[in-house]
Write a protein that binds this ligand. Structure first.
Ligand code: FUL
Length: 511
């Protein structure tokens, strides 16, 4: 008997694999659809929420854009502690931090060899300080990914606007890209050219934004020295500006985008107001995977100003932004402005702490986990001993963003029904596609079973890396995703249900 069982198993395995040979595609994974993310972009998607630190000369002059004539002697932090800042960011639920190492005023926060207009000429740490180093170290200690912003526009440099500035700018980048460990993002600002100090010339200087910075070489430096870093620019190449500074992507936002500015000489390369209009939604079936980064300052300004304490965005408002950025398949990049002491001030810290606690509480329990998923169609797969079904409906219930439920190639309308472990109250639904295979879904609806009948809870067009839906509180033990349109068989990696914590439920509260 014992010998027969394995034999029967063997025969059935053999005959099943023989069957697979005659059923073309039965065991094949779905083919990717359209543009797909690179490894560095997938890591960026997983980062989700991070900070953009604006701190420097402007902090001491009460300005947003320094003219470039400011004396380094003004840089006088009294209690600077990058560890305090990083701790606050971590507590807020962030996974990364980007430091503005040089803003438009040209003051470099690291001891650069390229210009005397830098932190070594300030009284801070007796001229021996390196703020980029302190932030990089603090980020590492707190488990945050690190990135830099080095403004192309430099209102201090006498060379700005001439060809001689480009080697200088590249040398600054080279220092930043080689001294501070692995970077997850390098940020290129779109505000370029205008009036400035320019070594005393005090004039207006314009540049050709399409050609001046030699973007192919500039981006090439990042690729060469920091291959894992995503490059942010108004129209990409790795992530695009969402087109506003409120932190909001469009209701339906696509990670794919066609960066017209780069090929059309009539449009600027790294900044174009027409393209910005298209930033929130992106382009369905755009040429490249260039998802939206949604930047927004925590306070009114990007830099700290003494009279802006009352403008700190509330935890409820931050949650709203999170749902409209991360929850629309992009990332949330929140501007943090340390004050003149060099620390995150109390008002900011408090809001970030409540928000972070709420975010953790929200996603602590996925009430779909432990449930049972069924689908109207599950992609055919040749069973192999010891292997679980790679396209099973249940794959949408685990925490893995890349394990997924898929249908057969010719099925683009399908339902995924989840029996929750118990009658459950919830008001948040999370959907994800396995973006390794591209953005495939073009329309979906979520239903909830109430009193024996399905009721539509939400609907939309795009899913992508993450779609968060916040609706009214409902109680049910059955949730259903209907994929109503898809460009290729859907590959859904998540259907989760959650409950929003009370601390952030006041609708639209705060700034
Ligand atoms: C803009 C800049 O001009 C602002 O000062 C700020 O740095 C923001 C994040 O980007 O383009």
């Amino acid at each position: 008997m014992r010998a027969i069982v394995p034999m029967v198993k063997m025969i059935s395995v053999l005959s099943l694999s023989a069957f697979a040979l005659f059923a073309p595609g039965a065991a094949e994974a779905p083919k990717p659809y359209g543009a797909v993310p690179s490894e560095r972009q997938m890591l960026w998607h997983e980062t989700e929420f991070y900070a953009l630190i604006h701190y420097g000369i402007n902090t001491y002059t009460d300005k947003e854009w320094g003219y470039g004539e400011e004396s380094p002697a003004l840089f006088t932090p009294t209690a600077l502690d990058a560890g305090q800042v990083a701790g606050v960011l971590k507590g807020a639920g962030m996974r990364g931090v980007i430091l503005v190492a040089k803003h438009h005023d040209g003051f470099c926060l690291w001891p650069t060899a390229t210009t005397a207009h830098n932190v070594s000429k300030s009284p801070w740490r007796g001229g021996k300080g390196d703020l980029v180093r302190e932030y990089a170290d603090a980020a590492k200690k707190h488990g945050l990914r690190f990135g830099v912003y080095c403004s192309p526009w430099d209102r201090n440099s006498a060379l700005y606007g001439t060809p001689g500035y480009i080697p200088l700018y590249h040398a600054q980048l080279r220092e930043l890209l080689t001294r501070y460990g692995t970077l997850f993002e390098v940020w290129f600002d779109g505000a370029n050219g205008g009036d400035g100090y320019y070594g005393g010339a005090r004039e207006k200087r314009g540049i050709d934004r399409l050609t001046y910075y030699d973007w192919p070489r500039t981006w090439g430096l990042v690729r060469e020295l920091q291959p894992a870093a995503c490059i942010f620019g108004d129209v990409g190449p790795d992530c695009r500006w969402v087109g506003n500074e409120h932190g909001y992507a469009a209701e339906d936002s696509w990670a794919t985008f066609t960066p017209k500015g780069r090929t059309d000489p009539a449009r600027p390369a790294n900044g174009d107001s027409k393209n910005h209009v298209e930033g929130p939604a992106g382009h369905r079936d755009g040429a490249a995977w260039i998802p939206a980064e949604c930047d927004v300052p925590l306070r009114k300004g990007w830099f700290w100003h003494p009279n802006q304490d009352a403008t700190v965005r509330s935890p409820a408002k931050l949650m709203d932004i999170y749902f409209n950025s991360v929850g629309k398949g992009g990332c949330m990049n929140l501007g943090i402005a340390p004050d003149r002491s060099g620390l995150v001030c109390e008002a900011d810290r408090k809001s970030l702490e409540v928000f972070g606690n709420s975010l953790r509480a929200l996603f602590a329990v996925n009430m779909a986990q432990g449930g049972k998923a069924d689908a109207s169609n599950v992609r055919a797969w040749q069973a192999r001993p010891g292997q679980s079904h790679p396209y099973a409906a249940d794959n949408a219930l685990d925490d893995d963003r890349y394990s997924y439920w898929a249908t057969d190639d010719d099925v683009t309308n399908a339902t995924l029904t989840v029996a929750l472990p118990a009658q459950t109250e919830f008001n948040v639904v999370r959907l994800r596609e396995n973006i390794r295979l591209g953005q495939r879904v073009d329309g979906f609806a979520v239903d909830v079973l109430r009193d024996g009948a399905w009721q539509e809870y939400a609907k939309g067009l795009s899913i992508g890396a993450c779609r968060l839906i916040r609706g009214p509180k409902v109680k049910s033990d059955r949730v259903r995703l209907r994929v109503t349109a898809a460009a290729a068989c859907p590959c859904v990696s998540d259907l989760g249900v959650f409950m929003m914590p009370a601390a952030v439920t006041e609708a639209g509260a705060g700034q």
